[in-house]
Design a protein around this ligand. Structure first.
Ligand code: URA
Length: 214
């Protein structure tokens, strides 16, 4: 198992201090994974279990992995941000009373920058043969804000990726190229059911790519 260092966790916690986020979920997977999955940020479930993709989206993702003959143990799972971004909202309790609770939200650019050194280190150390981005947040973190999952999904790219340069205060393209395969975030099928067909087709394509690579 590859694990990020305690120093890097400390740095991540320090850099994201003051933002409305909670918890810290380390990426996890073997040293030589078949693929690296890059999601958005942990949600409520993941902060509770300490394991990425253990909620409803995780179940969906595990089904996709199984469809290409892979399981959680074969892949490295991480995301752009490693703490749970939340916002406060109201929810009606069973007794009809309105109660305040935390809801998941997408990470902001500043939060993505705060945790950029973590993802950069994971990619450098694990050096995966193929990076599969799940949704726009992971895709744009690595390719840039112009990249859209609806346009790029299901196609294997060989491309430089973005790495955070602290001195420049900017994301800079790598000299090396990486194999990147964008697809939809597994949770997208819950709020946009027609995406399921596209997502499943992407995973069939990915299965074919992995067969060739093996
Ligand atoms: N979404 C993500 O991007 N990561 C998780 O761990 C869970 C949901």
């Amino acid at each position: 198992m590859y694990r990020i260092s305690d120093e890097l966790v400390e740095l991540g916690l320090k850099r994201i201090e003051g933002f409305p986020v909670e918890g810290f979920v380390k990426g996890s997977g073997p040293f030589n994974p078949a693929i690296m999955l890059v999601g958005e940020a942990p949600g409520e479930n993941e902060v509770e279990t300490g394991i990425p993709f253990t909620g409803r989206a995780g179940k969906e993702l595990m089904t996709s992995l199984a469809s290409v003959g892979l399981s959680r143990e074969d892949v490295y799972i991480t995301s752009a941000v490693r703490s749970r971004p939340y916002k406060w909202g109201m929810k009606k309790a069973r007794n009809g009373e309105m109660i305040e609770r935390k809801y998941n939200r997408a990470p902001t650019k500043k939060e993505i920058i705060a945790h950029a050194p973590i993802l950069d280190t994971e990619i450098r150390d694990v050096n995966p043969p193929l990076i599969v981005t799940l949704g726009n947040v992971g895709l744009q973190r690595l390719i840039g804000p112009q990249a859209k999952v609806t346009e790029l999904h299901g196609v294997l790219m060989e491309t430089p990726i973005l790495r955070w340069d602290e001195e420049a205060g900017a994301f800079i393209e790598t000299e090396e190229t990486y194999h990147v395969f964008p697809t939809f975030h597994p949770a997208s099928v819950f709020y946009n059911p027609p995406v399921r067909q596209l997502k499943d087709a992407d995973w069939r394509t990915l299965g074919d790519i992995l067969k060739i690579k093996r």
